[in-house]
Design a protein around this ligand. Structure first.
Ligand code: MIC
Ligand code: SF4
Length: 757
């Protein structure tokens, strides 16, 4: 049975192995290394012969562990079951956090969740027992918080089937979000493959004070780099300012680095991490990190001359950083809080704030909550209470019990907060909102990390703004987007009240964390009699069958299913919210395919034209019809296509419904690799203008596929309705191994072929 815990013994072995691998790498590169490179290259499968060119080479890496959350673990485990393996090769955990609906508060919501998700929880828990995975029960916490509190360690490397896995970078780990098929590779004992990321250095100077908090660092960075600025890059923080941020504050920053499209983000080991490790019962790991400190920070030359060692350097002065607020609809639509009032007026954002939400995997630390409580006490003193829904999602049971013991919870409840389950809830559309009708334009503020349309309450007309927990609370009291708590007053009982800046709060509880309740289930010591049940009648779980192998023929005259206009995130391709229910059932969840996408060929969201029948229908229905006629199709998209979630459903659904290729201006990393894994060709227009040449009734041929080779452009022909043909060139980033996946029909098929299954 594999050991799940991050024991000092495991950490020592990891450090020794890193040291040995880095000796080989240093000999080959002969230059100082950044921290990100130390951790990445220290986990190389073959340090002697791996190609080492940032931005170009594919690295084969050996992660120390894997984490999966319930909404993605279902598909990951269903695929693992096809791999022929009986036990995971590295410590792996499953966390039940995404499927709990937020409605009336933690107690009732948990009861409902346990009942309505029973079948899925039973499946995950029995599969975890059988295959040697640790299982965190519903209510134990959100994956990234539980990992930070229990498993992350400086210098470690992990992958997780969730895009915010980089949260563990706050504790010095290279932690990357991946699709389930990548997790299957690693759990089956194979290396994980990733493009050697480019290096972005962020130099932090000064110290935060007053209203400014770690959230502002990352929101500001999103504004500077944009949602695609971090694609295929690791963001490494350094400088005096970095050492002035708590470990959980660092995790907020690395968590939301996902919104830059970054492969991951990382902070060097320091005193704040050391204290966090000890406060979470890991003194042995802290001692080792001290001993191996040289592996856990960049070489001195890098900090001394960052321009020389990073591909890009950004500097942020914490002392002068203004609190930031970003939105609506994109996490990089950022400005300082003082600028929001004017912009809201100019852009016509809904002025009244209708709900305020804090917590989530991004911002529910002891420090975050304590700072909000300071403001809540000020508000209560002035006679103010929340008059709009003020919802809190604690990141873990550990945090929940600790803030209950230390009195923060009582203050929050007094000021009108509803405490929700320790789960994702309203962050992933699992907010059963009764107070605002769907289609009604309104503004909400949260301390979460994403604000794509319909993300929180399923209402695309809700305009969601992201900011720090402190500013969220202040806006809950001020109730207008134009309210700036740093300068403005709130009228109350004939007087007016102005907040003082929140007091600095302890990052760790003086009396330690409260040991969580029984939220964990270990794998079975004898798995032979554990049964993993999937009922053939189930509408929530479905055993997977293999996708067919490529037939060796070119793709001739395929219809264009849709041409996505503007942002097309994975939330647009495979929406979450109520659809989370079907995450373990490929055929059922495929009914949500592209429901959120704006198609250039139709006025209606999620609709397209069936070129065979001439009828307009939901895009997924059109796809299903093509597939049933034995036709394949292509999807066309714009920039940063597939931004956001790691959900591989956004690649498996198109594959299941007959998609052959996705042709876009550019891809987000995780989605691009999910498409490759599932046997769909991810192609980009060599000339971005060609996007404009594609019309609704065109057919596209993709030719010369037998000669598909790394670095070689692919030829395509756009066949116009009137018979005209336009030849275009497409780029791809497939390497030899990935081409083999395409030919086999999927990476999993290839894995099975290699295993002789
Ligand atoms: C998200 O924050 O978008 C999610 C929901 O956690 C996703 C995972 C999913 O879609 O299940 C992610 O970040 O990868
Ligand atoms: Fe859950 Fe939201 Fe965090 Fe995703 S970002 S893991 S949905 S809390």
């Amino acid at each position: 049975m594999p050991k799940i815990e991050t024991t000092p013994e495991l950490v020592k072995n990891a450090y020794e192995s890193m040291r040995a691998k880095l000796a080989t790498v240093r000999e080959r590169l002969g230059r100082p290394l950044s921290l990100a490179e130390k951790v990445l290259l220290g986990h190389l499968d073959d340090p002697k012969s791996a190609e080492l060119e940032p931005g170009k080479s594919y690295l084969l890496l050996r992660p120390d562990r894997v984490a999966m959350q319930d909404a993605t673990a279902q598909m990951a485990i269903l695929q693992f079951m096809l791999s022929g393996k009986t036990e995971t090769a590295v410590p792996s955990t499953v966390h039940c956090d995404h499927l709990i609906r937020a409605h009336s508060g933690a107690g009732d919501d948990m009861n409902v969740a346990m009942d309505e998700n029973k079948e899925v929880y039973d499946f995950l828990s029995s599969a975890a027992k059988k295959y040697g995975m640790g299982f965190w029960k519903p209510g134990a916490g959100i994956i990234h918080q539980v990992v930070l509190e229990n498993y992350a360690f400086p210098g470690g490397m992990m992958i997780g089937t969730d895009s915010h896995t980089p949260n563990a970078g706050g504790l010095g780990m290279v932690a990357c979000g991946v699709g389930g098929a990548d997790a299957v590779d690693v759990m089956a004992g194979f290396p994980w493959e990733v493009l050697y990321p480019k290096r972005i250095g962020v130099k932090l100077t000064g110290k935060m004070g007053g209203w400014t908090s770690p959230k502002d660092v990352i929101v500001r960075l999103c504004g500077i780099l944009t949602v695609k600025g971090g694609t295929n890059a690791i963001v490494e923080y350094f400088g005096e300012g970095a050492r002035n941020i708590s470990c959980t504050g660092k995790a907020t920053i690395t968590n939301m680095g996902a919104e830059l499209g970054a492969t991951c983000s990382i902070f060097p080991f320091d005193d704040a991490m050391d204290r966090y490790l000890r406060a979470t019962d890991r003194a042995g790991v802290a001692d080792l990190a001290k001993e191996y400190k040289d592996l856990l920070e960049a070489d001195a030359e890098v900090e001394a001359d960052p321009e020389k060692y990073f591909d890009q350097v950004v500097e942020i002065d914490l002392s002068t950083l203004e609190p930031q607020i970003t939105g609506p609809h994109s996490p990089d639509r950022t400005r300082g809080i003082s600028e929001l009032a004017a912009e809201a007026k100019k852009e016509g954002f809904a002025e009244n704030v209708t709900a305020a939400l804090i917590g989530s995997c991004t911002n529910s630390s002891y420090e975050d909550i304590s700072r909000v409580v300071d403001l809540a006490q000020q508000a209560l003193g002035a006679g103010l209470k929340a008059e709009i829904p003020f919802l809190i999602t604690p990141g873990s049971d550990n945090i929940f019990e600790t803030i209950k013991r230390d009195g923060q919870m009582e203050v929050l409840e007094k000021v009108g907060a509803t405490v929700l389950a320790n789960a994702c809830g309203p962050c992933i559309g699992q907010w059963q909102r009764d107070d605002v009708a769907k289609g009604t334009k309104n503004s909400i503020v949260s301390s979460f990390n994403r604000n794509f349309p319909a993300r929180n309450d399923g209402n695309p007309a809700t305009e969601s703004f992201i900011t720090s927990p402190e500013i969220v609370f202040a806006l809950a009291m001020g109730r207008k987007l134009s309210f700036n708590p740093l300068t403005d007053e709130i009228p109350v009982g004939g007087k007016s009240f102005k907040f003082k800046a929140p007091a600095a709060a302890p990052d760790l509880p003086a009396n330690g964390f409260v040991a969580p309740k029984d939220g964990y289930q270990a794998p079975a010591s004898d798995a032979s009699n554990v049964e993993v049940k999937v009922s053939p009648e189930s509408d929530r779980l479905q055993i997977l069958t293999q996708f067919p192998a490529w037939d060796g023929k070119d793709y001739e005259k395929l219809p264009v299913l849709l041409k996505a206009q503007g942002k097309c995130t994975t939330d647009h391709i495979s929406p979450a919210g109520t659809w989370l229910k079907y995450r373990g059932h490929l055929d059922n969840i495929s009914n949500n395919m592209f429901l959120g996408a704006k198609n250039a060929f139709s006025e209606k969201l999620g609709f397209g034209i069936n070129v065979e029948t001439g009828e307009e229908a939901e895009i997924n229905k059109v796809a299903r019809d093509y597939r049933d006629r034995g036709m394949r199709w292509v999807a066309v998209g714009d920039e940063n296509y597939g931004e956001g979630s790691s959900r591989e459903h956004a690649a498996m659904e198109p594959r299941h419904l007959g998609g052959a290729a996705v042709i876009v201006r550019s891809f987000a990393r995780i989605h691009q690799s999910n498409l490759k894994k599932q046997g769909i060709l991810p192609l980009t227009f060599a000339d971005p203008v060609d996007y404009d040449k594609i019309d609704a009734r065109d057919r596209i041929s993709i030719v010369g596929l037998a000669g598909l080779a790394p670095g070689k452009q692919v030829d395509a022909i756009i066949h116009k309705e009137g018979g005209e043909q336009i030849k275009i060139k497409l780029n791809h980033t497939l390497n030899d191994e990935q081409i083999a996946w395409f030919k086999a029909g999927s990476a999993l098929n290839q894995l099975r072929n290699e295993a002789g299954l």
